[in-house]
Design a protein around this ligand. Structure first.
Ligand code: NAP
Ligand code: MG
Length: 404
């Protein structure tokens, strides 16, 4: 059979450790035999980032804005240990933070759900996607402790010299603590737009929640921006595809999530998203089954697995020991990117290929062939535990059987 053609290349961002090993295997076994893969390759492995003074990360992000679709392998975020291990010139910023800042994007995280991996929450029949606003609030706070009596005030001084606004926060009579937080209209609007766009493109309902009954200016500001976008730009588009926008209080949202059947996007403020995304991934059983896509308001998409570089397995691999590392989320990062490329370029064959590879992954696991992490949590009783390459080859066999 002839290979499937691509027209526009993908931005391909290679990474580190065990996921870099899986990356190569996925290309070799699942992609290159079947498609004429066109990609602009960037090595975001820590060594290459250090050699280029991290310019490679910036170039990869800029190319993503230009071409529209990227696929990224997990990468090491440098810390003190990594400085020694890789003899780094500098403690480079997290590549994900650099890319997110350039794309100005919102991250959507969704579990890959399967009948043989039952979520802890019994009523969840479909995946719940979390969209986390990744700017400001407590993550860019100013705070200090107060060790004596005194007055704390919130002061805003206009840049144009037009005046000052001042309000008392608290009259301290003894020791205490203080914190100042902020957000910007631009960032909240980008977040809202990315959420509405992603809901439309995946045809799922959108939920958003804050605590605007208590925070009547701060949280209400978020609520109003979302409501405005909906009224002005999305009400009709949502109605056309039969999806809804739903706003409620954060505590009510949490209670409803626990009783719902799933299948929607849950837009969260920064802190809520941090907390709730961990709850959702734990409830679905495995970080190795969680996908992640960064969507920019300008319409660029970057797909990746939600997990890290699986360092422990990599060191086993280096010692020559066999590994059973789950490649599902990394395979889905590739299929997500290829499907999006196919949709944008009108290449039905490429879209179908992505669908068929994903179906082959799921069918392989449902047939009892899986990596060790899944074998520990599946409800199937007859299970064959495969090594890292063995699983990818089993997926290839399932896919090839389907093509015949
Ligand atoms: P991790 O790579 O997510 O792995 C943590 C543990 O989770 C593993 O040791 C393994 O448990 C399990 N696990 C995760 N993914 C798995 C998979 N695909 N298959 C099987 N088991 C899997 O987190 P980490 O070890 O804390 O971080 C390693 C590096 O990744 C760090 O340098 C960090 O900076 C980086 N990181 C990158 C990203 C990213 O690029 N998006 C995200 C997070 C972390 P067992 O050991 O019990 O088998
Ligand atoms: Mg968290």
């Amino acid at each position: 059979m002839s290979k499937i053609k691509m027209s526009t290349p993908l931005v391909e961002m290679d990474g580190d450790e065990m996921t870099r090993i899986l990356w190569e295997m996925i290309k070799e076994e699942l992609l290159l035999p079947f498609i004429d893969l066109r990609s602009v390759y960037f090595d975001l492995g820590l060594k290459a980032r250090d050699e280029t003074n991290d310019q490679i990360t910036i170039h990869a992000a800029e190319m993503t804005l230009e071409l529209g679709v990227a696929v990224k392998c997990a990468t090491i975020t440098a810390n003190a240990e990594r400085m020694d291990e890789y003899k780094l010139k500098q403690m480079w910023k997290s590549p994900n933070a650099t890319i997110r800042a350039i794309l100005d994007g919102t991250v959507f995280r969704a579990p890959i759900s399967l009948a043989c991996l039952e979520p802890m929450v019994r009523c969840w029949q479909k995946p719940i996607t979390i969209a986390r606003h990744a700017y400001g609030d407590v993550y860019k706070n100013t705070e200090f402790t107060v060790d004596r009596a005194g007055k704390a005030e919130l002061v805003f001084t206009a840049a144009d010299g037009s005046g000052e606004k001042r309000e008392t926060i608290h009259e301290f009579t003894a020791a205490g603590i203080l914190q100042g937080i902020h957000n910007t209209e631009k960032s909240i609007a980008s977040f809202a737009k990315a959420c509405f766009e992603y809901a439309l493109s995946t045809r799922q309902d959108l939920w958003f929640a804050t605590k605007d009954t208590i925070s009547m200016k701060y949280d209400a500001f978020f609520k109003e921006i979302f409501a405005d976008f909906y009224q002005r730009e999305y009400k009709e588009k949502f109605a056309d595809v039969g999806i809804t926008y739903f706003y409620t209080l954060i505590d009510d949202a949490v209670a409803r999530v626990m009783r719902d059947k799933g299948g929607f996007i849950w837009a969260c403020k920064n802190y809520d998203g941090d907390v709730m995304s961990d709850m959702i991934s734990a409830a679905y059983g495995s970080l190795a089954m969680m996908t992640s896509v960064l969507v920019s308001p300008s319409g660029a998409f970057e797909y990746e697995a939600a997990h890290g570089t699986v360092q422990r397995h990599y060191y086993q691999h280096l010692k020559g020991a066999e590994t059973s590392t789950n490649s599902v989320a990394t395979i889905f990062a590739w299929t997500g990117a290829l499907r999006k490329r196919g949709e944008l370029d009108g290449l039905t064959e490429l879209v179908n290929f992505a669908d068929e590879i994903e179906a082959a992954v799921l069918a392989t696991i449902m047939a009892g062939k899986m990596t060790k992490d899944l074998a520990l949590i599946t409800t199937l009783t007859d299970v064959e535990v495969l090594n890292s390459r063995g699983f990818i080859i089993a997926v290839r066999e399932t896919y090839e059987r389907g093509r015949r």
